[in-house]
Design a protein around this ligand. Structure first.
Ligand code: ADP
Ligand code: MG
Length: 412
């Protein structure tokens, strides 16, 4: 609760206007498992009270973030400070995106999924979603979930059966494309969306996706570190007793009967170790990190909305220079990165005692590069997220009402 960042998201009006409170950037430091003595000297100083990380090596410097989690902080603490407020806001009708960024092995999946005894952001968000529904008996909710993976610039549906054929090549699935329309924003199609009515059901659907991912990963084991995993939970709600319909579309502030629609995106990114900054690496074949590379470029080029004088015309020409369309990931994240969503970025690093593997030079370079990404994200992303509209219109059609009647989340 003492976290500066968590605080700013709370104090709506002031911070909501400049959008700063809508973007949180946190850094989580993973324990150096290999170290014999955790109190060993390192070149790093981590202060989670001041949300500061400093490096005393050659490219040293101080880095401040909304939150810095040290090795003592468990997933619950990370969730509370970096995601809880955002998840609650999604339940109220804002779009929200949480993503984990960092080199392989630093704790992205540990933070997002966690373990049975130390559940991560995804299961904690699920618990919270259902708590919110119980605490909000005057509204009724419909929840749908999808789970996709971006690998080599191809999108795979993790809920639609095997994602690799017997020969190890992708292709067992119909090609999934990204589309955009004014109502639904950017969306993948065809993509399975499952309606869920309980935390267990929601967890089970996600576990099924994790499993599909794991199976594909055993056929090519670098796959999981090179792919992006995207869980999206679409939340529709309306006043209890309203006559509106839940519609089978995504991210749409649907109007009839005052239905509000918002999306929570929870993203475990590919390992950043071959990401941007190093031009030579672009030539390293395939599209392995095209998405991450483009993400780095977009974030570096976003200049935010600091220049308030910018007219809409200038703004659109500025947006044209942002290469969102160059990769699947940035295209999918475009609504979030361009300001339509609340954003929380969790950057994971591992710093080691001198002489440990984690302290070797490459690792320092990767760590500094993650910190640089985090700083840029903090400075450049500006969110002007608004609550989805809820307007009272005509009653929905009978079919949609049946969907609501059958599938809304029941509270006891
Ligand atoms: P990534 O997804 O970034 O590649 P993982 O989440 O798989 O990394 O973490 C790599 C290993 O380190 C896993 O065995 C994980 O359990 C462990 N680990 C990561 N972060 C922590 C942490 N904060 N505390 C304890 N163990 C961690
Ligand atoms: Mg991982």
């Amino acid at each position: 609760p003492s976290q500066a960042g968590a605080g700013t998201m709370a104090d709506d009006n002031a911070t909501q206007k400049d959008g700063k409170g809508n973007v949180l950037v946190s850094v989580r430091v993973r324990p150096d498992v290999g170290a014999k003595d955790s109190k060993q000297e390192t070149d790093w100083e981590v202060s989670n009270k001041k949300a500061l990380i400093s490096y005393r090596g050659r490219e040293g410097g101080e880095h401040y973030y909304d939150n810095v989690f040290d090795t003592q902080d468990n997933n619950a603490r990370v969730y509370d400070a970096a995601a809880k407020r955002l998840v609650r806001r999604v339940m109220e009708g804002y779009h929200g995106t949480v993503f984990a960024y960092g080199m392989t092995g630093t704790g992205k999946t540990f933070s997002m999924q966690g373990t049975a005894t130390n559940p991560g952001v995804i299961p904690l968000a699920i618990t919270d979603i259902f708590s919110y529904i119980r605490e909000t008996p005057h509204r009724e909710f419909l929840l749908r979930v999808s789970y996709l993976e971006i690998y080599n610039e191809k999108i795979h549906d993790l809920l639609a059966g095997p994602i690799v054929g017997a020969n190890g090549q992708p292709g067992a699935q119909e090609e999934i494309k990204l589309r955009e329309d004014s109502k639904r924003g950017v969306y993948a199609t065809p993509l399975k969306e499952e309606i869920v009515q309980s935390p267990t059901q929601l967890l089970r659907v996600i576990a099924r996706g994790d499993n599909a991912r794991r199976v594909a990963g055993t056929q090519f084991n670098a796959r999981s570190s090179r792919s992006h995993a995207v869980v999206q939970i679409v939340v529709e709600s309306r006043e209890r007793g309203a006559t509106g319909s839940f519609k089978e579309s995504r991210r749409t502030p649907i109007t009839p009967g005052g239905v509000r629609v918002s999306t929570l995106s929870l993203i475990d990114l590919a390992g950043s170790e071959k990401a941007a900054d190093n031009k030579e690496r672009r030539t390293e074949g395939s599209h392995i990190n095209k998405s991450l590379l483009t993400l780095g470029t977009v974030i570096a080029r976003l200049s935010g909305d600091k220049d308030k004088a910018t007219s809409d015309k200038d703004k659109s020409s500025k947006e044209k220079h942002l290469p969102y369309r160059d990769s699947k990931l940035t295209r999918l994240l475009q609504p979030a990165l361009s300001g339509g969503s609340l954003v929380s970025i969790l950057c994971t690093i591992q710093i080691g005692a001198s002489g440990s593997i984690a302290a070797n030079h490459t690792h320092v370079g990767e760590t500094l590069s993650t910190l640089k990404f985090a700083s840029r994200a903090k400075n450049n992303i500006v969110s002007h997220a608004k609550k989805a509209d809820e307007s009272l219109g005509a009653a929905g059609d009978a079919g949609s009402r049946a969907l609501l009647d059958r599938y809304r989340v029941e509270i006891e």
